[in-house]
Design a protein around this ligand. Structure first.
Ligand SMILES: NC(=O)c1ccc[n+]([C@@H]2O[C@H](COP(=O)([O-])OP(=O)(O)OC[C@H]3O[C@@H](n4cnc5c(N)ncnc54)[C@H](OP(=O)(O)O)[C@@H]3O)[C@@H](O)[C@H]2O)c1
Length: 235
C-alpha cells in the first residue's frame, strides 16, 4: 500500500492523532483525505475534505460508505478513554461506551467500507490500538484496556478475513501520545506526528503491526517474562 495517490478516510481527524494522520497523508501525496469528525466544522486542516461521522452511529457509517466510493485507505483512529476502577459502580456503563467507540466503531467502519476497498483494488485499513491492548494500569485503565484488547482481537481476525479480498490491515500499538487524551499524564509521550510517520512507514513496508515506542516494545517483550507483564505488579 502506497500513501502517494491513495484516497484516505481518517476517523476523529479534527484533533490529536487523527489530525496528525491527515497531515501525514497530505504530506505523503495522498490524492484525497476525507477528514471525518463528529463536528465537521471543527476540521481546520487545509487540503482535506471534512465529512460528518460519529462512529457509534450506524446510519452515519452507512452513509459514508454509500457516498465515498473512492476510498482506498481507512484509518480507524477515533477513540475515547474513561479512567476509573473496575469495581466502581459506573464501570459497566464506561466499558460499554468504550467498547462501542473503540471496538465496535472500527469494526462497523471496516464492514461498511470493505466492499469499497475491494472495488478499488484492495487497499488497506489502519487500526489505532494501544500498549493498553495488552496491559492494564490498575484502578485506571481496566475498561479502556478491555475495549482496546477487543479491538486488537477484532483486528487480528479482520486481517485474516480481509486478506481474501486483497485488503491489508495494520495494527498500530503505542504508549502515551502527546494529545488531549494523555494531557494529564506526566510520562514520556510520543508526538502524534511521529506516531503517524511510523504507522505509514510500516503500512508501506507491508507490515501487519507496528510497535511505535520503547514502552510498547518492552511490554510486548514482557509477555515471555515470569511473571508475564500483563499479570501486573506483585503477580
Ligand atoms: N493519547 C494517547 O496516549 C494514546 C495512546 C495510545 C493509543 N491512543 C489512541 O489513539 C487514538 C486517537 O486518540 P488521541 O490521542 O488523538 O485522543 P484525543 O485527542 O482525545 O482525540 C480523540 C478523537 O476521537 C474522536 N472521537 C471520539 N469519539 C468519537 C466518536 N464516537 N465518533 C467519532 N469520533 C470520535 C474525537 O472527536 P471529538 O473532538 O468530537 O471528541 C477526537 O477527534 C484513539 O484511538 C486512542 O485510543 C491514544
Amino acid at each position: 500500500m502506497k500513501i502517494k495517490g491513495s484516497v484516505a478516510l481518517v476517523t476523529g481527524a479534527n484533533r490529536g492523532l487523527g489530525a496528525a494522520f491527515a497531515r501525514a497523508l497530505l504530506a505523503g501525496g495522498a490524492a484525497k483525505v476525507y477528514a471525518a469528525a463528529r463536528n465537521p466544522a471543527s476540521i481546520t486542516q487545509p487540503g482535506v475534505v471534512p465529512v460528518p461521522l460519529d462512529v457509534t452511529k450506524p446510519d452515519q457509517v452507512a452513509a459514508l460508505a454509500r457516498d465515498l466510493k473512492d476510498v482506498t485507505l481507512l484509518v480507524n483512529n477515533a477513540g475515547i478513554f474513561e479512567a476509573g476502577p473496575l469495581l466502581a459502580p459506573n464501570a459497566e456503563q464506561a466499558l460499554l461506551r468504550q467498547i462501542e467507540t473503540n471496538a465496535v466503531g472500527p469494526l462497523r467502519l471496516v464492514q461498511a467500507l470493505a466492499p469499497v476497498l475491494a472495488a478499488n483494488g484492495g487497499g488497506a485499513v489502519v487500526n489505532m490500538l494501544s500498549v493498553l491492548s495488552w496491559l492494564t494500569i490498575a484502578n485506571v485503565s481496566g475498561t479502556y484496556s478491555a475495549s482496546k484488547a477487543a479491538a486488537w482481537a477484532l483486528s487480528n481476525a479482520l486481517r485474516q478475513e480481509l486478506k481474501g479480498q486483497g485488503t491489508a490491515l495494520l495494527s498500530v500499538h503505542a504508549g502515551f501520545i502527546d494529545t488531549d487524551m494523555a494531557s494529564g499524564v506526566q510520562m514520556p509521550k510520543t508526538s502524534p506526528d511521529e506516531v503517524a510517520r511510523r504507522a505509514f512507514q510500516a503500512l508501506e513496508a507491508g507490515e501487519s503491526e507496528v510497535l511505535v515506542d520503547d514502552i510498547t516494545r518492552n511490554v510486548r517483550a514482557g509477555f515471555g517474562a515470569t511473571p508475564a507483564v500483563y499479570l501486573g505488579a506483585g503477580a
